[in-house]
Design a protein around this ligand. Structure first.
Ligand SMILES: [Zn+2]
Length: 444
């Protein structure tokens, strides 16, 4: 077991060495700052949605589109290989006897089920982290650098990974204790109780993460005074987002991506913009993006998506319930696993659940993508910046394939594609040509 862990660690170090060689990443993939409105997208009697959309799409050079397609399509394979790698890790934990030994170690600490489950949880989180390391170094560090999306050196990235590990080591064990208590008490109906617990945990995470977790990774401070702050506050007031708490954070520490969010409930509601959005885009783009984010808040997507995703997870827990008992009957004695209440069997349950999640990818993506399309429509109406919205969609398409096929979009996209978003913006613009606020000459 020690030899395996050492080998995994050395593989990780090798990857890290290769990764530092990539430090100087290509940055020509990004569009220059500022809003560009193509000639064919300007208002007038000849305005045509298809032509305007095509003109926006051409803002990305063939080279930029090639890079973006390669990155995004590579992501499809990444999901499959990530799943297979995860199966390998689970197999190692089970057949290598690691999981069983961790449970024995935990039981030496205490014979009380909740206490040894807690201890097993901490140990399992550590073991998973170590065994996953080569894959996460490749997928989250090396590959992101290859495509010019990451900005951190290896030490910075690894420091963040250790912080995430710490959060997992605090959050995962009590969740496991609750689920295993349900497995012991609720018998064959444990999966129903576990689904309810997943719902409660997700809501707690949604509430606490912006306040307690995100500041571990980035610095948050009040958004600088100026026209952006004024515009964001005005959008918030106009759309019933009850807060004047607007912050910016240094996402450029980790990534070149642009983003923003509206998080929290009632008194903790907070609007956050990342510094890439502030530094690289124009005011109309920022208003368009914030209109979209406020849409998520006003349409109550946090709670609604938690309900939908809990239903999908409940199906997944039921699948685990059906398959786990059968698998344990066959493999249990050979692997030293007792029954479904034995935490040492967790890697088996995780393997089954991750297979379910892989198969459910189109469903999960479609649930999220539909909410994103709603937020898009809300944002267009709220911000009235169709060109800012189209430009932001093109900017995001520097790392999301711009124009997928219909089936590809259903299976792999958790947001509408760049093409779909620009087309929606130009359709909105056509229908609002007589609306003076939509026709105002866009300012930078
Ligand atoms: Zn969104």
């Amino acid at each position: 077991m020690k030899a395996i862990i050492l080998a995994v660690f050395l593989a990780g170090l090798g990857l890290a060495g290769a990764a530092s060689a990539l430090a100087a990443a290509p940055s020509g993939r990004d569009l220059p700052p500022g809003l560009v409105i193509p000639e064919a997208a300007r208002p007038g009697p000849d305005f045509d949605v298809e032509r305007a959309t095509a003109a926006y799409l051409e803002l990305l050079s063939p080279e930029q589109r090639r890079l973006s397609d390669a990155y995004f399509e590579g992501g499809y394979w990444l999901q499959l290989f990530g799943f297979l790698y995860g199966l390998g890790v689970a197999a190692l934990l089970l057949w290598g006897g690691i999981s069983r030994r961790l449970r024995e170690l935990a039981r030496r600490l205490s014979a009380r089920p909740w206490l040894y489950t807690w201890a097993y949880g901490v140990l399992a989180v550590l073991a998973w982290f170590v065994l996953d390391l080569p894959w996460s170094i490749y997928a989250d560090f090396v590959r992101e650098h290859q495509y010019g999306l990451a900005t951190q050196d290896f030490a910075g990235w690894f420091g963040d990974a250790l912080k995430s590990l710490l959060v997992s080591a605090i959050v995962v064990p009590p969740a496991l204790v609750a689920v295993y208590a349900a497995v012991r008490r609720a018998g064959a109906r444990w999966w129903i109780v576990a689904s309810g617990l997943a719902f409660v945990f997700a809501l707690i995470a949604l509430m606490l993460a912006p306040v307690y977790v995100e500041p571990l990774f980035n610095t948050y401070r009040p958004l600088r005074e100026g026209p952006v702050r004024e515009a964001v506050l005005s959008l918030a007031r106009a759309n019933g987002v009850p807060t004047d708490h607007v912050v910016e954070f240094d996402a450029s520490r980790q990534t070149t991506r642009i983003s923003a969010n509206v998080a929290g409930f009632a008194g903790t509601t907070r609007i956050a913009l990342n510094d890439n959005l502030l530094d690289k885009t124009s005011l109309p783009e920022i208003k368009a993006v914030l209109g979209h984010e406020m849409g998520h808040y006003v349409l109550n997507h946090g709670l609604r998506l938690t309900v939908y995703l809990t239903l999908v997870f409940a199906l997944g827990f039921w699948v685990v319930h059906r398959l786990l008992d059968a698998a344990l009957a066959r493999l249990g004695p050979r692997l030293g696993l007792e029954n479904r209440g034995d935490p040492a069997a967790l890697p088996l349950a995780v393997a089954i659940f991750s297979a379910f999640l892989l198969l459910a990818t189109p469903l999960l993506n479609s649930i999220v993508r539909q909410a994103e399309a709603e937020a898009d429509a809300f944002g267009l109406n709220a911000a009235r910046e169709p060109h800012g919205f189209a430009m932001a969609a093109i900017r995001l398409s520097a790392y999301r394939k711009l124009h997928p096929g219909p089936l590809e979009e259903i299976v792999f996209y958790d947001h509408p594609s760049g093409y779909a978003r620009v087309h929606a913006a130009m359709t909105w613009f056509r229908e609002n040509q007589d609306n003076p606020t939509a026709n105002a000459p866009p300012t930078r």
